[in-house]
Ligand binder design. Structure first.
Ligand code: SF4
Length: 374
């Protein structure tokens, strides 16, 4: 029997590894101010920003980090390295915010790693979107402004939206918005999926668009949301986007909406609770229609923003089936996965010309595996 002495990790090795990870984490903040905010926030320094700056300018950031790496701070450093707060976002996409309701850890890992997924499902979704967009006529911004000012009704496709919510800049592109002058009447979102179901991610996405519409000056008190789930390989009648918008407006007008009570929730809200959804099924699509509720939107968006504001660590899903179908799990990047990946992805690591590490995940849908759904 022999012992491979190189394979045994000593406390010194572990400490060296921790030091390297700490240096990399501090450097990843991209600025001295970002580095100071990180270590100050974790209670690793009580230096003022001015003193931290002066030290870093004189000796370099690594020298500063070396002075902070003392025995009494090891525990705090370990906790920080294991659970770093997200980088302050430049801008958060509304779709990313919605995906936090699928698995926030996935979103968090997306901020740390470059993972690119290719699958027939994604390609079909992109193609379907392009077809529906192609039904619309181009229109100039001046013409849109004119029509809004005279109170005209119109449907806008791929409407870019941006605004700041709780200090976090949000951006998004709504699939279709029906306007009546400055009143936003209907927000229609297209989802290409084999499952005709409404998910929390769908609801949060349209809720966040509703908030951005309001922040952009549109009246949203009578806004109605419609999520159209379009099955892959189903019929694609002409003017489908127009038809879906009309049907959704019809369903919304059949009766007044009942009052919605926003129940007090545990830590993570349930966007589907008490939603009062009306549903219409046809061979080409299923529509889920429900009113915009500002208080519910506030609650759901605010919970997701808590992560971006650094108020809490990322939360992982509680659903093992999501972990089985997760590209980050397949790439070996998630330490908190609930179960092993099911093999639907082939993972390949690439280094780009700039030296960045990219994880390319190619979906090879395993037989009997449930679709990777939102
Ligand atoms: S493996 Fe599970 S917990 Fe980890 S990122 Fe994927 S879905 Fe989330």
């Amino acid at each position: 029997m022999s012992v491979d002495s190189e394979a045994i990790e000593t406390p010194q090795d572990a400490e060296r590894e921790l030091f390297r990870a700490f240096v990399a984490l501090v450097a990843s903040r991209g600025s001295r101010k970002g580095a100071w905010e990180l270590v100050k926030g974790a209670g690793i320094t009580d230096q003022s920003l001015k003193a931290f700056y002066a030290h870093a300018r004189k000796d370099g950031l690594e020298a500063v980090v070396t002075t902070l790496f003392t025995a009494d701070k090891l525990e705090a450093i370990r906790a920080l390295v294991a659970n770093p707060p997200p980088l302050p976002p430049k801008r958060v996409a509304v779709s990313t915010l919605a995906n936090q309701y699928y698995c926030e850890m996935q979103v968090h890992l997306g901020t740390l790693h470059d993972v690119r997924v290719t699958s027939a499902e994604l390609s079909a979704g992109n193609e379907g979107h392009a077809r529906l967009e192609a039904e619309a006529e181009p229109i100039t911004e001046e013409e849109v402004t004119r029509r809004i000012e005279v109170g005209e009704k119109m449907g806008l496709v791929e409407l870019g939206l941006a605004g700041e919510v709780e200090g976090v800049p949000l951006i998004g592109r709504a699939d279709r918005v029906q306007l009546e002058g400055s009143k936003a009447r209907l927000l229609l979102e297209w989802k290409f999926s084999g499952r005709r179901d409404l998910y929390p991610t769908h609801v949060v996405q349209v809720e966040a668009y509703g908030k951005l519409l309001r922040a952009s000056g549109f009246e949203t008190s009578e806004l109605v949301h419609a999520v159209a789930v379009i099955p892959r390989g189903g019929p694609r009648p002409e003017n489908m986007a127009e038809t879906m918008a009309k049907r959704a407006a019809d369903i919304a007008s059949v009766a007044p909406w009942g009052e919605r009570k926003i129940a007090s929730q545990g830590e993570m809200p349930d966007p589907l609770a008490g939603l009062g959804v009306r549903r219409l099924d046809s061979s080409a699509f299923t529509l889920f229609v429900f009113p915009h509720h500002e208080q519910a939107a506030e609650r759901d968006v605010s919970w997701a923003l808590g992560y971006w504001k650094g108020a809490r660590a990322p939360r992982r899903t509680t659903s093992p089936s999501r972990c089985r179908a997760c590209p980050y799990n397949a790439a070996g990047l998630c330490d908190v996965a609930l179960t092993a990946p099911d093999g639907r992805y082939k993972s390949r690591e690439m280094i780009t010309r700039d030296g960045d590490r990219v994880h390319l995940l190619v979906a090879t849908q395993a037989p009997n595996a449930p679709p990777h759904r939102r």
